[in-house]
Design a protein around this ligand. Structure first.
Ligand code: GDP
Length: 196
């Protein structure tokens, strides 16, 4: 059992300069509905860690949480949200990319992929961009409980392959059953330089 992360909302920002100084930071990216808020809440074991990121107006901002010990976690806007106009979308993609590229204390980009449906075109595009920029990233597959036990081995292999990875590179989690949450908490502490 790994203790929950002590995540506390600090601020929302639309630019890099609006974010607080930090020693180490993990960013979380993924398309809307991938299970980002549920995962943040599971990592923190608080029902409401991520409610701010669902607040209207904040869905398009970088939502910053303190993780204690001078470390932070940043929840990036979900990409590919259908209800948002193309113009708005075109505006925030550069915002996310600029943040990821220029944020010096960033030690890991947690890239969420829906385990039930596998990587979308946008997920694949994000992964290839992260590779191109040589940014450290880890694929986290969500909704493990939604994949039938009999299909899991094959799905794990296929999802990894679609991300150009091997099975052991992908961290599978479920915010519902708690599968993988301890491991991801441990990894996050490691990425943030926090004691185990
Ligand atoms: P976000 O838009 O990425 O923040 O996604 P949410 O956390 O709001 O989740 C989107 C939907 O997927 C909601 O209906 C959640 O209840 C559901 N969901 C999220 N994580 C899980 C999971 O691990 N298992 C299952 N079964 N459903 C999940």
């Amino acid at each position: 059992m790994s203790a929950p992360l002590d995540l506390n909302f600090v601020t929302s920002a639309s630019t890099l300069s609006g974010l607080p100084e930090t020693d180490a930071e993990v960013a979380i990216v993924g398309r809307s509905n991938v299970g980002k808020s549920s995962l943040l809440n599971a990592l923190g074991r608080r029902r409401k860690v991520a409610h701010v990121s669902k607040t209207p107006g904040r869905t398009q901002l970088l939502n910053c949480y303190s993780a204690g010990g001078g470390a932070t976690v940043v929840d990036c806007p979900g990409y590919g949200y259908a209800a948002v106009s193309k113009a708005t979308r075109a505006g925030w993609q550069p915002m996310i990319e600029g943040y990821l590229r220029d944020r010096e204390p960033l030690t890991m980009v947690m890239t969420l992929v829906d385990g039930e449906i596998g990587p979308t075109k946008l997920d694949v595009a994000m992964l290839s961009w992260l590779r191109q920029e040589a940014l450290p990233h880890t694929v986290v597959a969500t909704k493990h409980d939604k994949v039938k036990a009999s299909a899991r081995e094959r799905r794990k292999r296929d999802l990894a392959a679609a991300c150009q990875l091997v099975r052991s590179d992908v961290v599978w989690v479920s915010a519902v059953t708690g599968v993988g949450i301890d491991r991801l908490r441990d990894l996050t502490r490691l990425w943030l330089g926090l004691p185990a």
